[in-house]
Design a binder for this molecule. Structure first.
Ligand SMILES: CCC/C=C/C(=O)SCCNC(=O)CCNC(=O)[C@H](O)C(C)(C)COP(=O)([O-])OP(=O)([O-])OC[C@H]1O[C@@H](n2cnc3c(N)ncnc32)[C@H](O)[C@@H]1OP(=O)([O-])[O-]
Length: 297
């Protein structure tokens, strides 16, 4: 049996966690009464529960590997670990509070010579109903951990179809929509309170050892900004239209930088790329599949 396969873990959250997460990815940051976003942080107009952003689903996996990414025969320096990609499939809207049962499996392991790439799949079930809520596939890029197999035939294992990867081709045409948003210098300090306490995002010395001039933003925080941009610009504020999300982290983001998300529509899919305005560099790209896009544009 492959390591971790069938590993079970639990995770519970409340409305407070969902609201804190929304603030952590910039909801209502530039307009405290934003008509699309107040519902993520406040019970507006008698609304019974906080609405949960779809990217919150990625947090349900936070405690699913209690011993880190340890695999027999794989050696890595945790300080050099980076988030490479995220894939999220949503089967129903994320509830405002829930007890979750997770099932974890190894979805991929690749020897890239200078790095090892690990892919972890987590299926999250609502404990009470037993319903499958979402599936996450997280890719971890372990710098310096490659070279564990023959360089003439590098090891590569994947449990899922190749058409579910996060690498997208960006169209050459003008984007359908462009959304600009400024992260706050304390963005990572706020976002970490949602449960990812890796010092890479808060400790200047740790960040230097990892090769950065200062602490960097969590990849999932950047992804949250990008998907919020899509919800605002294309879904007219209706986050329930998001069916699946892919994102590949191409370059680090420093808290305080401005994120510009460009979007193109291909059928019911939104292709996007996010750039850091100050450095004119692409930091993230991916796609978002929507329910019922054509009928409402
Ligand atoms: C997880 C929880 C902890 C969270 C931590 C964070 O949030 S950290 C903050 C958030 N994260 C960040 O800030 C990370 C931002 N990203 C980066 O800094 C860089 O993209 C990198 C260091 C991940 C890779 O750069 P590089 O120059 O070393 O790579 P290269 O171009 O030479 O390709 C080598 C091979 O790897 C492949 N491959 C490449 N990229 C990715 C990827 N993203 N994903 C997957 N795979 C990737 C590529 O296809 C190629 O394979 P092929 O084709 O030869 O078979």
């Amino acid at each position: 049996m492959l390591p971790w396969n069938g590993l079970k873990s639990t995770y519970s959250y409340t409305e407070r966690d969902a609201a804190l997460y929304a603030l952590g990815i910039g909801a209502c940051a530039s307009d405290a009464v934003d008509e699309d976003e107040l519902k993520y942080v406040y019970h507006e107009d008698g609304q019974k529960a906080i609405k949960v952003l779809p990217t919150f689903a990625a947090l349900l996996t936070l405690e699913s590997l209690p011993n880190g990414f340890d695999l027999p025969g794989l050696q890595y320096d945790p300080r050099l670990l980076l988030h490479g990609q995220q894939y999220i499939e949503l089967y129903k809207p994320v509830p405002s509070s829930c007890h979750i049962q997770n099932k974890v499996s190894l979805a991929g392991l690749h020897d890239k010579g200078k790095a090892a790439i690990l892919e972890i799949e987590t299926k999250s079930y609502e404990k009470e109903s037993g319903d499958l809520l979402c599936m996450n596939r997280s890719t971890v890029y372990l710098r310096g951990a490659g070279g564990f197999s023959k360089s003439s035939k590098p090891f590569s294992y994947s449990s899922y179809p190749s058409n579910q990867t996060s690498a997208v081709k960006i169209p050459e045409s003008k984007p359908f929509s462009v959304f600009e948003d400024r992260t706050h210098p304390s963005q990572a300090l706020l976002y970490r309170l949602s449960g990812d306490y890796n010092p890479l995002h808060s400790d200047p010395q740790f960040a230097k050892v990892a090769g950065f001039s200062q602490p960097i933003l969590h990849g999932l925080c950047t992804l949250g900004f990008a998907v919020r941009a899509i919800i605002k610009s294309i879904c007219k504020g209706d986050s329930d239209r998001i069916k699946s999300i892919t994102g590949r982290f191409l370059l680090h983001v420093y808290p305080g930088e401005t994120l510009v998300t460009e979007m193109w529509i291909e059928g019911s899919r939104v292709i996007y790329r996010t750039l850091v305005k100050e450095r004119k560099r692409t930091v993230l790209s991916g796609s978002v599949d929507l329910r019922g896009l054509n009928s409402s544009l």
